[in-house]
Design a binder for this molecule. Structure first.
Ligand code: ATP
Ligand code: MG
Length: 420
């Protein structure tokens, strides 16, 4: 079912003599039965004309990238993006695809990433256009490229990341030849700007099925280029937790963090807690032993892990805030392991709270998520210990609030001082 705004916009552009079609994500999502308030259109009109046609109609119009042909607007509860037909020309050595305007819907669809994203509905006729069999792909939950995957990925290697991202969001399976091309061309991802890679990685982590996307990144070798710390975890046996390897353990902790996410007061999905859960153990492989002038020293892997996370996130151009938050969580996630052994003093509990600062809620989620072993009883007792710590933190915080309210002097002393 199409929203009335879609037909309205279609008539408006047609009356002015321009072609326009609903395209890409929203068409795919309607077929999947998941509606969204974001609608994308593609049109023969050039940006100045789009802007003029939207201005007399929408509640608010903005320029998303006039140079790239995209104008955005809001109409009631709907957010619309209208883009001029494109036919991109590619320079395989450049980090960003160059944009040239195209003259047909078919030409515009031909340069899109996947068949399921290359479907359109012409307006106002509502004619469904699907040159590459996107509708079958949606029905079969498959990811295929319009042309050969080799050509598509050499035109824009980011599409390999997008394949993994859509697999994670939709629980779709890329066709074997798509996976093969990803494998063969994984190293091309290095010519793509870090920001574009980051955006796809962030969407993948925040998807409903991040495990599917992460397994694809690792099995195709893309992870080696975008997040090498992750495949490195596969080499690591974790006898302590008796998991297959630390990579499998990390995916389990991510799944558990997702289950616990609803406890957070921040909006979910929460990238920070998910990413911290995924990479919380990356310091492990590196910190077996450190040789330092013949002297062998062992470093705590949490400190090393926090440092590594910082470096990787910086290279991927994550914000300083995200970097600080994730690295703090990694640095603190192991401290709780000392809790079961001996009793923590109140000041140890206070230090934990103080060091966690505004990340305390996420630290609760991460640490609990990490309470996982094949031994159910051991996992349960770890969780029980964390329940105990959380209860103590709450009691101490209540106590501190009371202390803050209660004056240091009692009533009699105050009366004496004031001579009352
Ligand atoms: P969502 O917005 O839900 O994440 P989407 O399908 O709308 O999903 P976008 O990244 O918003 O994805 O891109 C919009 C459309 O633009 C896609 O459906 C696809 O047709 C096209 N597209 C985006 N990026 C590329 C790319 N790198 N190469 C080819 N086509 C692309
Ligand atoms: Mg979109």
């Amino acid at each position: 079912e199409l929203a009335p705004v879609v037909d309205e916009l279609g008539s408006r552009f047609a009356d002015a003599g321009h072609e326009i079609a609903l395209v890409g994500g929203p068409v795919r999502d309607i077929l999947l039965g998941r509606g969204s308030k974001d609608l994308d259109f593609t049109t023969s009109a050039h940006p100045d004309v789009i802007e003029r046609l939207l201005s007399g109609w929408a509640d608010h119009v903005w320029d998303i990238g006039k140079a790239f042909g995209t104008i955005g607007c809001r109409k009631g509860e709907w957010v619309l993006e209208v883009t001029t037909y494109r036919s991109e020309t590619y320079d395989p050595t450049s980090r960003k695809p160059e944009v040239a305007y195209g003259d047909s819907l078919e030409g515009d669809l031909a340069r899109r990433d996947f068949a399921m994203n290359a479907m359109a509905v012409r307006l106002p006729s509502r004619q469904f256009v699907d040159p590459y069999g996107g509708i079958e792909d949606v029905a079969n939950k498959r990811i295929r490229t319009p042309g050969t995957p080799q050509d598509s990925f050499s035109d824009d290697p980011l599409r390999m990341m997008r394949a993994a991202r859509f697999a994670a969001q939709l629980a779709f399976t890329p066709d074997p030849d798509v996976v093969q091309a990803m494998q063969a061309m994984a190293d091309r991802i290095t010519i793509v700007s870090a920001e574009r890679v980051r955006d796809e990685l962030e969407k993948l982590i925040c998807a409903d099925h991040p495990r599917i996307g992460l397994d694809l990144l690792v099995s195709t070798g893309l992870a080696k280029h975008v997040l090498p710390e992750l495949p490195a975890l596969m080499l690591e046996k974790d006898e302590h937790h008796r998991h297959k390897d630390v990579y499998q353990h990390s995916l389990t902790v991510l799944d558990q963090a997702i289950d616990l996410e609803s406890r957070l007061s921040v909006p979910t999905p929460d990238f920070v807690v998910r990413f911290a859960a995924l990479i919380h153990d990356i310091g492990k492989p590196k910190t077996r032993r450190f040789e330092d002038g013949g002297k062998v020293t062992f470093h705590h892997h949490d400190v090393q892990g926090a440092k590594m996370a910082r470096k990787r996130m910086k290279a991927l151009r994550f914000s300083n805030e995200q970097i600080d938050q994730v690295s703090k969580l990694i640095e603190l996630h192991l401290r709780f392991h000392g809790y079961g052994d001996g009793e923590w003093t109140d000041s140890a509990v206070r230090r934990y709270v103080r060091d966690a600062g505004d990340q305390l809620e996420r630290l609760h989620v991460l640490t609990r998520a990490d309470c996982t072993t094949r031994n159910r009883r051991k996992a349960d007792s770890l969780r029980a210990a964390y329940d105990d710590l959380e209860a103590r933190i709450e009691r101490l915080q209540e106590q501190e609030e009371l202390d803050a309210l209660r004056p240091d002097l009692d009533g009699n002393q105050i009366m004496r001082i004031l001579g009352i």
